[in-house]
Design a protein. Sequence first.
Length: 213
Amino acid sequence: MKNNVQIAAPKLSENLHEVSIHTIKAGEIYENCLFKDGSLSNHTLEQTIFRHCQFINVSFENVHFFQLDITECIFDNCDMANTELLGAIIHQTIFKNSKLIGANFSETTLKNVQFLHCINTFSSYNFAKLTRVIFSNSVLDQAEFQETNWKKLWLRNNRMELTDFSNTNLNGLDLTSNQFNNLIFSRELIQGATIQSMQALAICEGIGVRVSD
């Protein structure tokens, strides 16, 4: 497995000004802000823009974002369970140590985005465009990547039980460091993926081949 992961990291000011998470409003632009220790759960926000911001221990549980734009931000130890990010544009951003259970990234555009040590169970990336994106040391059980368009996608040391890649071309995708017993994929689109011998049984079962000891 090659380690040539090339992802541009966010560049944040050393002098971010702290802002209460409760002040966030629809249609506003937030730059060089630090949001810390707060909750914005069960809100609906449209056309909100975040640039060069850091979020620490913030809850966005059940928040519905529409036309969200995130550039060069860091989300650290945040709760984004069941957050709606449909169609968002997210560039050069890191999600780390965060709970993204059931988060909806469908139809998003993700470029230079890192998911590190996150819980992404039941999250959705259907119809999304992923360019230079890494999921590392995260839980992707029953996550959905249906009809996902990707270029330079890295999956490293994740748990991926029943992760769904239906109708997504897996040619060139390296799965070797991930753990799964069952994987969902389209038979005609698995060719060219790289797996290890321990994963062969799961792939054989996925294409209807029975393996006898």
